[in-house]
Design a protein around this ligand. Structure first.
Ligand SMILES: *Cc1c(COP(=O)(O)O)cnc(C)c1O
Length: 398
């Protein structure tokens, strides 16, 4: 008999009733160090007092009015995002996939509005993940997410990860732009080299294309810059963000330059829930903290410390782990054992992490962790790795 909750997830057998900072407390009374953070969502940890206050305060006033009317929280959040980034304008939605949908539609509309509606194709990259809607699974191009869902949404041309020559070859009269994650998250914490990001920017400029970035996972200070593209010194034309923007409240956004937003006029796009007062109150509260002067630099610093400590774990456990990759607090351990085995061994020892493609274990803790939390994590990691590689033989166990 099918479960009442549609069984589309392979869930770990644990549920939580409460969280505090980087810790989660399960319904059966166990405490976990949470280096999953809701998959890079709970950037300020669980139950952050400033976010709880913002949400409860707004909850007593107004939840939802629709976009038939002005929403002051949207204006405030948009102005703050515009002031802090390349963008001139922002559309609010409820998830990463929706932020990508808006980005894809905007890139197509840009060319259509300029009299080139045949330019609707985006070049994408192997290993990409852009969400689970029909268009975003087509953009991601991963067979396991596409199979059985009918004809592919047309308009995406995939090339090998970081393959500039292939991008050049792919550009044609129907190309609208390039869509890329500066660091692939689900794909295995794979960073696009900075020179490649710069070369993509130049190629787009040269051919009149739009550079569309998916910073749903890498954005909002996760990599030790407010947005990961800042590491390469370039700016996009359009950028999708979500995950950490609401610190756990569902909210996404599509940021764009004025030029890229040509064509996005009244009536061409919308969302019932997008930018509702609750989401805006919480996202503004997230920015209060992420925009504090020392916040982003602190993420870079603690990220460096964690990465350096992880490198020592790799050295000690060469049979279990191959290397450490990533930037800031978007880090991955490339495993020699099955990544799922390490995820389970860590959970059994009170630490939560998430798998990724390429047999990687992803570490995406709250951005607010301290050196003490890093040391706690390293202790658990060493113990878990040892348990996987120094298994007593059957004889020894007798
Ligand atoms: C999570 C993610 C998405 C999809 O976000 P949803 O909120 O699940 O729709 C898209 N792109 C990237 C890079 C992501 O990490």
């Amino acid at each position: 008999m099918i479960a009442p909750v549609l069984p589309t997830y392979a869930r770990a057998p644990v549920a939580f009733e409460r969280g505090e900072g980087p810790y989660l407390f399960s319904t059966d009374g166990r405490k976990f160090l949470d280096f999953t953070a809701g998959i890079a969502v709970n950037a300020l940890g669980h139950a952050h007092p400033h976010l709880v206050a913002a949400l409860t305060d707004q909850a007593g006033k107004l939840w939802h009015t629709s976009n038939l009317f002005e929403v002051p929280g949207q204006r405030r959040l948009a102005e703050r995002l515009v002031a802090a980034t390349f963008a001139d304008t922002v559309f609010f939605c409820n998830s990463g996939a929706e932020a990508l949908e808006c980005s894809i539609k905007m890139a197509r509309k840009y060319h259509a509005a300029r009299g080139e509606p045949e330019r609707y194709r985006l070049i994408t990259f192997e290993g990409a993940f852009h969400g689970r809607t029909l268009a975003t699974i087509a953009a991601g191009g991963q067979k396991k997410y596409l199979e059985g869902f009918g004809p592919l949404v047309d308009g995406f041309d995939q090339v090998a990860f970081g393959d500039l020559a292939a991008v050049k070859k792919m550009i044609g009269p129907q190309t609208a732009g390039v869509l890329i994650e500066p660091i692939q998250g689900e794909g295995g914490v794979r960073a696009v080299p900075r020179e490649t990001m710069r070369a993509l920017r130049s190629l787009c400029d040269e051919h009149g294309l739009l550079l569309v970035l998916d910073e749903v996972q890498s954005g909002m200070a996760r990599t030790g810059k407010l947005f990961a593209h800042e590491w390469s010194g370039i700016t996009p034309d359009i950028m999708a963000i979500a995950k950490a923007l609401g610190g756990g409240f569902p909210v996404g956004a599509c940021l764009a330059t004025e030029r890229a937003a040509t064509g996005m006029t009244a009536g061409v796009h919308g969302s019932t829930f997008g930018g509702n007062p609750l989401a805006m109150a919480v996202a503004n509260a997230v920015l209060d903290i992420v925009f504090e002067p020392a916040f982003v630099a602190r993420v870079e610093q603690i990220g460096n410390y964690l990465k350096q400590q992880l490198a020592m774990v790799v050295d000690k456990n060469r049979d279990a782990i191959e290397d450490v990759r990533g930037q800031g607090l978007l880090l991955g351990l490339k495993c020699k054992v099955a990544n799922t085995e390490l995820v389970t061994a860590l959970r059994e020892r009170g630490m939560l992490v998430v798998g990724a493609g390429d047999n990687v274990v992803r570490l995406v803790p709250p951005l607010t962790i301290t050196e003490d939390h890093v040391r706690e994590a390293i202790g658990i990691l060493n113990d878990a790795c040892a348990s996987l590689t120094h298994r007593p033989t059957k004889d020894a166990a007798k």
